[in-house]
Design a protein around this ligand. Structure first.
Ligand code: ADP
Ligand code: MG
Length: 680
């Protein structure tokens, strides 16, 4: 094998220490290092006149040395090496190095240097401190790498130069030539040169395009291979003649068309013989739980157990209540298993799960602890799965046999993103809400003076017997959630909300405390719940009709939408108030969007456009290879990639031919770094 794929420690200057730093970044080989991409470039071709440089700001300047001064000691023993220079306009610039004579010694009067450094403007004139010199005129543009402790950009650049040489020695290419020419993509070795040591910024663009294309293609093909792998037989095929009528009849409402459609799709999967791998997407309040319960009922009638896993104790508790309500009257045994279930109770639940008495098990990650053994686990449902690590889902999937999987998500994901993230999943969408729901009225208001009016409005709702949430103001640096929420709540209790029953909920409370606070609110023992974003996911208190979000500008659209979804869960008119004290124009625009639509998909798409995919992916533990380059809003490229992927899969569905060997190798390598999604 070429040295490109051997240990990175073979590179010059990479000892145990630097190897460890690289390892932390997921870099094990020179090839990996080539994919460690610059975050920016410093363009030495474009110096700034010294007279236009600003105090405290780094700049590239080109100057001629006019005098070299003797080194001298300043206060505190600091040794100063100074030179005088001027640029072509004749503006003087003093150059200073501290304690380190190395660069100073190499510089000669009369010579021209291009350098980069921070400028200080003093009464005596301008100074540049410890500048970096452009030594190698072949590389007029210098790559700047992400900042990491123990690793400077200069170190990375030196190592990269060696990696590029290895790549030139034995060129490696993942995309066949015909594909490259069809989509005008440069060869990989050239792309790597252009992105790390560009001669101009157009090179960088072209290289990025090639690498982004490859990145998307890898993901598409990888997901396809996963799906291919997943097409095994399930150990729990179910009987399509199983009667769901008793379930429908026991519900206190009629299912919407969308819910019925989703159930039919799930049932068809459960009976197909292959394991289900389905995503159930529906906006908050679209009624996913009733669909999940139908799947649990169906599974129980087929003699199998179901697990419904939620990301928090609050949610698990709530699902448990709901499922008990739907399923217990039908004779189904539902159990709750969370981290706070202890001792004898835990033992007896474990026993019920092991002997199959417990048919539906609702819980947090506690449901896949090693000690939990299932009799016949046929269906695994995860709620808000992006909050789960992929590895955790994998652990559960290993509880014997190959169960069916259903993932529920209330985070509307733009179509382009869903395609990439869930390429291996079937998707059911709940696109209508249960009847009788009034759209939530949303208002964006700004200025602290608006707060009393907003609270007055809230009080008129409280007087009607409704309840309200307040998402607490942004936490000051150094403050704890506890302190921020408590202080705000105190202020409200003594001031605007005097005489009302105000309670708090935040992330630093114990699970028990959180559950208690939620229970008090649900049972209407409290009127106003002041909280952090803990309340974001899934909490269901239909009597709450006002959501006030303080400092609303700090949230992305998708998150605001989630928060807003906590109200509007009954026949009452609900209101969401977005309060900002000092909104920027951008924030104003974002909040205006919130009041103009309640369509979660539309907001998610806007969010993606405004904040970029980094944030989107950043918040999700999706367990897929990270996207470094691909812009998911680039629909044109996405189409090209899909076309290319389809073409490749048509000719060679498993990527086994020579033409795709390198690509297959690359895909396996990337997916292997991401836990459950290994290809082998
Ligand atoms: P999601 O989890 O999708 O946000 P839930 O499953 O919590 O939504 O449902 C929201 C509320 O709507 C719950 O109180 C639920 O009982 C109720 N609900 C679900 N389906 C219907 C329906 N078809 N008709 C009326 N109410 C429904
Ligand atoms: Mg829910």
């Amino acid at each position: 094998m070429t040295r490109l794929f051997l240990s990175i420690s073979n590179l010059k200057g990479v000892g145990a220490k630097r190897q460890a730093v690289y390892a932390k970044l997921g870099i094990a080989t020179p090839y990996d290092l080539l994919y460690y991409l610059p975050r920016d470039y410093r363009d030495y071709r474009d110096p700034v006149p010294v007279s236009e440089t600003e105090d405290g700001i780094a700049a590239v300047v080109r100057v001629t040395i006019t005098a070299k001064k003797r080194p001298f000691y300043a206060r505190g023993g600091l040794q100063i090496y100074g030179l005088e220079s001027e640029d072509e306009d004749g503006t003087p610039l003093s150059i200073r190095f501290f304690n380190n004579p190395y660069t100073y010694q190499t510089m000669k009067p009369g010579e021209v240097y291009t350098m980069y450094g921070k400028i200080t403007v003093k009464p005596s004139g301008r100074e540049i401190h410890v500048p970096t010199l452009l030594k190698d005129l072949n590389v007029p543009i210098e790559a700047i790498y992400p900042q990491t402790t123990g690793l400077t950009s200069a170190m990375v650049r030196t190592n990269i130069t060696e990696c590029l040489a290895l790549m030139d020695e034995q060129p490696f290419e993942t995309l066949p030539a015909d594909l490259r020419s069809r989509y005008s993509l440069m060869p990989l070795p050239r792309a790597m040169h252009c992105i790390h040591q560009p001669e101009n910024l157009t090179d960088v663009e072209d290289a990025r395009r090639r690498l982004a294309f490859e990145e998307m293609l890898r993901l598409q093909l990888g997901l396809h291979l996963l799906a291919e792998k997943a097409q095994r037989e399930t150990d729990y095929p179910m009987d399509s003649s199983t009667d769901l009528a008793p379930y429908y009849e026991s519900l206190p409402f009629t299912l919407t068309d969308a819910q019925q459609r989703a159930i039919a799709e799930i049932v068809s999967d459960l009976c197909s013989g292959a394991p289900m791998n389905r995503l159930l997407q529906g906006d908050v309040g679209s009624g996913k739980t009733a669909v999940a319960a139908a799947a649990c009922y169906f599974t129980a009638q087929n003699g199998c157990q179901s697990v419904l896993m939620a990301p928090t104790e609050i949610l698990a508790g709530q699902h448990y209540q709901t499922l008990c309500g739907f399923l217990r009257p039908l004779g189904i045994r539902v159990a709750l298993l969370t981290g706070s279930v202890k001792g004898r109770e835990k033992k007896s639940i474990y026993a019920e799960i092991a002997d199959g008495t417990a048919q539906v098990i609702v819980g947090t990650h506690a449901v896949f602890q090693k000690a939990v053994e299932y009799a016949r686990l046929g269906l695994v449902i995860t709620d808000e799965q992006h909050r789960f690590g992929v590895a955790q889902r994998a652990a559960l999937a290993e509880k014997g046999g190959i169960p069916h999987k259903l993932v529920m998500s209330a985070t509307p994901i733009p179509r382009t993103l869903a395609l990439l993230m869930y390429g291996d999943l079937q998707v059911s969408i709940l696109d209508t809400k249960p009847l009788g729901r009034l759209p939530i009225k949303t208002y964006a208001v700004s200025g602290a003076k608006m707060r009393p009016r907003v609270i007055n409005f809230m009080k008129t709702e409280l007087d009607k017997g409704r309840q309200a949430y307040i998402v607490c103001p942004a936490i000051e640096e150094g403050d704890s959630e506890l302190k921020a929420v408590t202080a705000y709540a105190e202020q409200m209790r003594e001031g605007l909300l005097a005489g009302r029953r105000v309670d708090i909920l935040h992330g630093q409370m114990t699970p028990q405390e959180k559950d208690d606070a939620m229970a008090r609110f649900r049972d209407h023992e409290t009127d106003v719940l002041i909280c952090t974003t803990v309340v974001e996911v899934g909490v269901d208190v239909p009597n709450a009709t006002v959501m006030l979000i303080e400092d609303a500008e700090r949230f992305g659209l998708s998150q605001l939408h989630q928060l807003r979804g906590r109200v509007g869960r009954s026949g009452y008119q609900s209101h969401c108030i977005l309060l900002t004290e000092h909104p920027t124009d951008e924030a104003r625009e974002r909040l205006r969007l919130m009041s103009s639509t309640t369509d979660g998909f539309e907001l998610a798409q806007k969010d993606l456009e405004l904040r970029g995919p980094g944030d989107f992916f950043g918040n999700m533990q999706h367990g897929l290879p990270p996207m470094k380059l691909a812009t998911l809003t680039d629909t044109r490229m996405l189409h090209e990639v899909q076309e290319a992927a389809a073409h490749i899969l048509q000719t060679d569905p498993l990527l086994q031919s020579d033409a795709f060997r390198a690509l297959y190798f690359d895909i396996s390598r990337l997916f292997a770094q991401n836990g459950e999604n290994g290809l082998n």
